[in-house]
Ligand binder design. Structure first.
Ligand SMILES: Nc1nc2c(c(=O)[nH]1)N[C@H]1C(S)=C(S)[C@@H](COP(=O)(O)O)O[C@H]1N2
Ligand SMILES: [Mo]
Length: 378
């Protein structure tokens, strides 16, 4: 195996030095919850980073130039098209406020049930950001592209190539229906040109989907009848259709598993965090809740007694169905040690499992167990 020199992460100018370093090459940075708390929209210096390949020219918060950036449209369409970056910047832009979360976020929680290899994410592979860009459907209209009726998926490929030249390029398939409804070719993050480290100059973004599906450094889009057999789509980033026992062997096929597409219902406690003991009395607890945006969130419940009783928090409105929704609750606490739990419920009555390891899967994706924080009241 080729040994790579580590990137000096400290030199990634503009990223907060308090982010956790899970890997240097490829770069993986995680955001501690105390840094996420207090920001409705996660600033770029605090946003987590997940690269699967070492991508030296992408290790900066500066944008890459839009000029000369081309995206090829091919596959089951009546004529192939080259879209230029500058052309996109001149078209009408739309914006989504939305959760960006790695499908591996929370993996180490699964490992408590049975150890999982792979990046040992805590629960900080998440942020809430504003992406803006041009709807892909508008680009297709602009170029008079007709999609074959047989097409079911859009395969999106990034520019990044493994530096051992053997690992495959990064590619994912998305359901065409969602793509035509929601996907944008994103040029901006939080109102500024998309930083290279977050996939600039052009990234495919589909709100409601897991982070991995938002392909950075977008180079090629191909309309297909079947899902890509690319390693990152056909082998990685999938969950079994069936419930497994922690540690159970499973051989992935396209049929017995599904891609980590749509975000599972989830909520987090951001405040207070376990760091310091609280004085006895009335305290404000707060956090966020979100889902894939397909169904409204209805309730956020908080328990201070291991789920014996639940208190209804105030669930605040958010900028879009794909954004995280802040929640708050006041509680009067006497001296003692508490484990605070929070649990979101959507309008269909779907909720998060009390024990998230019920969805244990060999690669540790899509953890959405009830979030628990230990606090001490003195
Ligand atoms: N081209 C490309 N796109 C990519 C990746 C990558 O390595 N290459 N990583 C994916 C994964 S697994 C995640 S979680 C998100 C992370 O986005 P961020 O680095 O902007 O936070 O990008 C996704 N898009
Ligand atoms: Mo990810």
């Amino acid at each position: 195996m080729k040994v790579r020199s580590a990137v000096a992460v400290d030199r990634i100018e503009g990223k907060d030095k308090r982010l956790g370093i899970l890997s240097e090459a490829p770069l993986v940075l995680e955001t501690p919850h105390n840094l996420l708390a207090g920001h409705a929209v996660t600033p770029k210096d605090l946003l987590f980073v997940r690269n699967v390949h070492h991508m030296p020219e992408g290790l900066t918060l500066n944008p890459l130039p839009l000029a000369n950036w081309e995206i090829e449209l091919s596959g089951l369409i009546d004529h192939s098209v080259l879209i230029g970056g500058e052309e996109l910047s001149k078209m009408e832009q739309i914006e989504y406020e939305m959760v960006l979360q790695c499908s591996g976020n929370g993996r180490s929680k699964f490992s408590e049930a049975f150890p999982i290899h792979g990046t040992p994410w805590g629960q900080g592979g998440i942020g809430n950001v504003r992406f803006s860009g041009v709807p892909l459907s508008a680009v297709l209209r602009q170029h008079n592209v007709t999609i074959d009726r047989e097409a079911r998926f859009l395969n999106a490929q990034g520019k990044d190539v493994a530096d051992d030249q053997r690992s495959p390029d990064f590619e994912h398939s998305l359901p065409l229906r969602d793509v035509l409804e929601k996907s944008i070719l994103a040029l901006k993050l939080n109102g500024e040109p998309l930083p290279a480290i977050h996939g600039g100059p052009v990234r495919l973004v589909t709100p409601g989907f897991y982070g991995t599906m938002h392909v950075k450094w977008l180079r090629r889009l191909s309309f297909e009848t079947t899902e890509s057999n690319n390693f990152y789509h056909a082998t990685e980033y999938r969950v079994p259709r069936e419930i497994l026992k922690p540690g159970e062997q499973f051989t992935f096929t396209m049929e017995n598993s599904v891609p980590t597409w749509k975000l599972r219902l989830m909520s987090f406690i951001f405040n207070p965090l376990p760091e310091a003991p609280l004085p006895a009395g009335r305290h404000l607890f707060s956090g966020v809740a979100f889902n894939d945006g397909s169904v409204p969130l209805e309730t956020l419940l908080v328990s201070f007694d291991h789920g014996h009783s639940w208190n209804q928090a105030t669930l605040h409105t958010s900028a879009s169905p794909y954004a995280w929704h802040p929640w708050t609750i006041h509680a009067e606490l006497k001296r003692g040690a508490y484990q605070v739990w929070c649990r979101a419920v959507d309008a269909l009555g779907c909720s998060q499992p009390l024990d998230g390891s019920i969805f244990w899967n060999p690669n540790g994706y899509e953890w959405n167990g009830v979030h628990r924080v230990n606090i001490t009241v003195e």
